[in-house]
Design a protein around this ligand. Structure first.
Ligand SMILES: Cc1cc2nc3c(=O)[nH]c(=O)nc-3n(C[C@H](O)[C@H](O)[C@H](O)COP(=O)(O)OP(=O)(O)OC[C@H]3O[C@@H](n4cnc5c(N)ncnc54)[C@H](O)[C@@H]3O)c2cc1C
Length: 396
């Protein structure tokens, strides 16, 4: 098979890979992007409910999980959310802030993908799809340091960038390929698990969730010392919604969640204030003023039809405890079928935080989700893809 020589070969035509290729191409080298999927950027297209939450106004290192929380700082500070917003504006892509700094396209996510592909074309980058990578070998040469054997041909490259993401949503072409390559070259890889993922419950809780399926409310959800305030959604299988997706990245099997279903009210105080003013109102009607009727019925339990004035302090204290400190032990997660990201991945100690290059394997770079850096929900994961891609693109 004919061998074609490139300066840089990027594996993965997703968010990080396309952005890295475009930025690197602008500096002059011959850049090739390879992907086994038949289309580029599939996750971008389905991200943010089809509108791509491409970054966040409030990007800070503490919005990322990693065994080394300092690693992401360098890349995030050298290519910031403001840099990416400027690029989006340069392309005339309309966007808006949805909530808490989260920036979404006004129209479709495809605008972001089209922008990345346009940048690649502009920089002379070649994007080749439907190409499976069969082998990556290090060569004994200063020029062509790597040889890639693929279903479409053999390529050599001075630098290889692994931007193949994590294993979430395998139907979109996701794989653990990047972890395998890292291990092949002796790099440590932290065990991975699904993050930003709905949680499942069993037994009695499952029945509760099924009865309340479709109900959503704002809660505080805590796991250990982590707490998030956002919406929770009851589903047929358990719990979802942004609050649960956020906490799922901190949850480990066996952990108990503590959920405050009424974070803006204090049940005991409300009762003290209202038991004399509204003595006859039933508990379920009273609670439905802050919760949905279905939730009020479920949580009021035996007290549902009792008038407010008939409750003892002990009964109200117990009701308050159930509402403000609902504890639940999830049985698991919905797994990579629905997870937005994979936690864990290539150990950041193996990489330079400035260049994203392997410390022990010169010319081999890892960027985006394959690295052990995982963002909170809200555009942080794409920002990591852009920032880490930019960092590597200056040095490939
Ligand atoms: C449903 C969903 C919604 C999301 N919404 C958001 C959001 O709104 N905002 C946000 O910040 N993040 C969001 N994310 C997370 C975000 O999509 C990822 O963090 C981001 O895409 C990671 O970029 P990446 O380039 O590292 O990997 P990817 O974008 O996943 O790209 C990896 C590429 O590598 C290719 N590849 C994989 N294995 C191989 C192989 N063996 N050979 C060749 N090619 C391979 C894949 O086909 C893919 O094209 C969402 C994720 C999902 C699943």
């Amino acid at each position: 098979m004919k061998q074609v020589d490139y300066d840089v070969v990027v594996l993965g035509a997703g968010a990080a890979g396309l952005f890295c290729a475009a930025q690197a191409g602008l500096r002059g080298p011959r850049v090739l992007v390879l992907d086994h999927a038949n289309k580029p950027g599939k996750k971008i297209l389905m991200s943010g409910g089809g509108r791509c939450n491409f970054t966040n106004y409030y990007v800070e290192p503490d919005r990322y999980l990693s065994h080394n929380p300092h690693f992401c700082k360098s890349a995030l500070s050298r290519y910031t959310q403001w840099d990416f917003i400027a690029l989006v504006e340069q392309y005339g892509i309309g966007y808006h802030e949805k909530t808490a700094g989260q920036l979404f396209c006004d129209d479709k996510a495809s605008a972001i993908l089209a922008m990345l592909l346009d940048e690649c074309t502009h920089a002379g980058v070649q994007v080749q799809l439907s190409t499976s990578i069969q082998a990556l070998e290090a060569l004994d040469s200063d020029d062509a340091r790597y040889r890639l054997t693929t279903s479409q041909g053999v390529y050599t490259a001075h630098s290889v960038v692994i931007a193949t993401g994590g294993p979430s949503i395998p139907t979109l072409g996701a794989s653990g390929f990047g972890y395998d390559i890292a291990r092949q070259f002796g790099l440590n890889v932290y065990p991975h698990r699904p993050g930003l993922v709905p949680l499942t419950v069993t037994d009695h809780f499952r029945e509760v969730c099924q009865r309340l399926s479709g109900t959503s409310l704002t809660v505080d959800v805590a796991c250990g010392d982590r707490i998030f305030r956002d919406d929770l959604l009851f589903t047929h299988r358990g719990l979802s919604g942004p609050a649960i997706l956020q906490i799922s990245s901190y949850w480990q099997m066996g952990d108990v969640l503590s959920i405050n279903l009424l974070p803006n009210q204090e049940v005991l105080t409300l009762w003290r204030e209202q038991q004399h003013a509204r003595p006859k109102v039933q508990v379920k009607t009273w609670l439905a003023e802050w919760l949905t009727q279905k939730l009020a019925d479920e949580w009021a339990g035996d007290l549902a039809t009792r008038p407010l004035s008939s409750l003892s302090l002990e009964e109200v204290t117990s009701l308050s405890e159930r509402l403000h400190h609902w504890t639940i032990k999830p049985a698991g997660t919905e797994g990579y079928r629905t997870a937005e990201v994979a936690l864990g991945g290539v150990d950041t100690d193996e990489l330079s935080s400035k260049t994203m290059e392997s410390v022990r394997q010169p010319g081999l770079f890892f960027i985006g989700e394959v690295v052990d850096v995982t963002g909170h929900l809200g555009g942080f994961n794409f920002q990591w893809a852009w920032s880490s891609a930019y960092a590597s693109a200056q040095y490939v």
